[in-house]
Design a binder for this molecule. Structure first.
Ligand SMILES: Cc1ncc(COP(=O)(O)O)c(C=O)c1O
Length: 402
C-alpha cells in the first residue's frame, strides 16, 4: 500500500506507459521459462537455430568492418534483394524503392501505425489477433478497434461487412493478418478484392501482415515460385495504393532473435518512412542486413524445410487434439498455430500457468489474443516432431485426468 503523499515510480508514468498491458503469452513464458523438462510451445518460433550460412555471412560482414551507421531505409543491396524476392514469390513487377528495412516485423508494425494514424485515430483489426498489434496501437495513442471473427468446426471466418460497418470518421486503416496468428485463417482472394475496392473508395490504408504467407497447407493456388502461397494483396495492388505490407526474416529463416524485418509500401512515402525509422531505431545494423541478403539469396531450401516441419507438426497436433475427444478446433489453413478449446474449460486465462505446473508444457492462453480468444489455447507446431508428439501425449494425459 502506498501511504498518503508517497509516490511510486508507477504513479509518475504516462497513462500510456502505465496502461500498456502485459502480454498474456509473455506471462506464461516468464512463469515457465526455466522449468526443467518443459516443452515450450508458447511462442511463435521453432526450435532450430538460424542456419550456419546466414550466421557466417553476419560474422564475415562484422569482420570486414560493417560496424558503422548506415542507410535508414536499408542498404541498397538488401532493398534490391527484397524486391527480387517479392517478384520471385508473387510474379508481379516491383521496385527496390518500395522496400524499407526495419528492426523486426514488430518494428514494421509500429512504423506503419505511426505513418498512417495520429493519436485518437482508429485502426480496425480482426480478432482473435496477435496482441502486439492492438497493444502497439495503444502505445501510439491510436485506438485499436477489434472486429470479432467467427469460429465453427470448419474453421475461422471473417465477415467483411462487419469490418466495413466498424469504419467511422476516425478510421485510418484496416489491418489484415493473413494467414492469421493465432487462428490459422486465410483471407480468400475475393475478399481481398472487395476490401481493396472499399479502402480505395474511402481513402483508407490497408496494413497487410503477410509474415506467414508461405505457411499454407491445403492451398490450391501456387506462388510464382511454383509452391503453395496464401492469396496476397500483392496480386492486386498498384504501386501507389495505400497498402503497407509488413514482413519479417523471423519465420522463414529461423531468425526470430535477430530482429530484422521490412515494410513494403508506396515509393512516395520514402522520406517519411525513413524519418520514422531514424527517430525510432536509427536503422538496422548493416552486418545483419548483409546476412539478410544471404537468407534471401540462399535460404530457399532452408525455408522450405521449415515449412515442411510446420506441415508435419500440424498433423501431429491435429491428430493429438482429435485423440483426446474433448478438444474443439479447426485444422488451421495457414500460419503455424493450433487454436483450440478443451471441453469443460470456459476460462483458459490461467490454464497456461496450470499446464506448466501440471503437464510440463508451455501453451499460450487464448485470452492473450483478446476477449475473442477467451476459452481457447494456442500451440505453436513448428517444432521438432518428437517433442511435439511428447507434448500432445502430456496434454492428453492431463485432459484425461481432469
Ligand atoms: C502476425 C505477426 N506479425 C508480425 C510478427 C513479428 O515478428 P518479429 O517481430 O519477430 O519480426 C509476428 C511474430 O510472431 C506475428 O505473429
Amino acid at each position: 500500500m502506498t501511504g498518503q503523499g508517497e509516490q511510486t515510480a508507477h504513479a509518475g508514468l504516462s497513462v500510456r506507459g502505465a496502461g500498456t498491458p502485459e502480454s498474456g503469452i509473455v506471462e506464461v513464458m516468464n512463469y515457465g521459462f526455466d522449468r526443467q523438462g518443459l516443452i515450450p510451445l508458447w511462442a511463435g518460433e521453432g526450435d532450430i537455430p538460424t542456419p550456419d550460412f546466414i550466421c557466417d555471412a553476419a560474422s564475415r560482414a562484422l569482420a570486414e568492418g560493417q560496424t558503422f551507421y548506415t542507410y535508414q531505409r536499408g542498404i541498397p543491396p538488401l532493398r534490391q534483394a527484397l524486391c527480387e524476392y517479392s517478384k520471385w514469390l508473387y510474379g508481379t513487377p516491383n521496385q527496390a524503392e518500395r522496400f524499407y528495412v526495419t528492426g523486426s516485423g514488430m518494428h514494421a508494425i509500429q512504423t506503419v501505425i505511426t505513418l498512417c494514424a495520429d493519436p485518437g485515430d482508429e485502426m480496425i483489426y480482426h480478432a482473435p489477433a496477435w496482441p502486439n498489434l492492438p497493444a502497439a496501437c495503444s502505445v501510439a495513442g491510436v485506438v485499436p478497434v477489434p472486429v470479432a471473427m467467427d469460429f465453427s468446426p470448419e474453421g475461422w471466418s471473417l465477415d467483411l461487412q462487419r469490418v466495413f460497418d466498424a469504419v467511422t470518421e476516425h478510421t485510418r486503416a484496416i489491418c489484415i493478418n493473413s494467414p492469421s496468428n493465432p487462428t490459422g485463417w486465410v483471407m480468400p482472394q475475393a475478399d481481398m478484392v472487395e476490401l481493396l475496392a472499399f479502402c480505395r473508395e474511402r481513402g483508407l490504408w490497408i496494413v497487410a501482415d503477410e509474415v506467414y504467407g508461405r505457411f499454407v497447407y491445403d492451398q490450391k493456388t501456387l506462388g510464382a515460385h511454383g509452391r503453395p502461397l496464401a492469396p496476397s494483396l500483392h496480386h492486386l495492388v498498384e504501386p501507389e495504393d495505400r497498402v503497407l505490407f509488413v514482413n519479417t526474416f523471423s519465420k522463414n529463416w529461423a531468425m526470430t532473435g535477430w530482429r530484422i524485418g521490412w515494410i513494403e509500401g508506396p515509393e512516395s512515402i520514402g522520406l517519411e518512412t525513413e524519418n520514422i525509422i531514424q527517430y525510432s531505431i536509427s536503422g538496422v545494423a548493416s552486418f545483419m542486413q548483409t546476412a539478410a541478403i544471404t537468407a534471401l539469396h540462399e535460404g530457399d531450401e532452408f525455408a522450405e524445410g521449415v515449412i515442411a516441419d510446420a506441415r508435419a507438426g500440424r498433423q501431429i497436433v491435429s491428430e493429438g487434439l482429435a485423440q483426446s475427444g474433448r478438444c474443439r478446433f479447426a485444422e488451421p489453413e495457414g500460419a503455424f498455430y493450433s487454436f483450440f478449446a478443451i471441453d469443460g474449460f470456459k476460462d483458459t486465462d490461467k490454464l497456461g500457468l496450470r499446464l506448466v505446473d501440471e503437464a510440463g508444457i508451455g501453451i499460450a492462453p487464448g485470452s492473450a489474443f483478446g476477449v475473442e480468444g477467451k476459452g481457447f489455447l494456442r500451440i505453436c507446431f513448428v517444432r521438432r516432431r518428437d517433442g511435439l508428439r511428447e507434448a500432445m501425449d502430456r496434454l492428453n494425459r492431463w485432459i484425461a485426468a481432469q
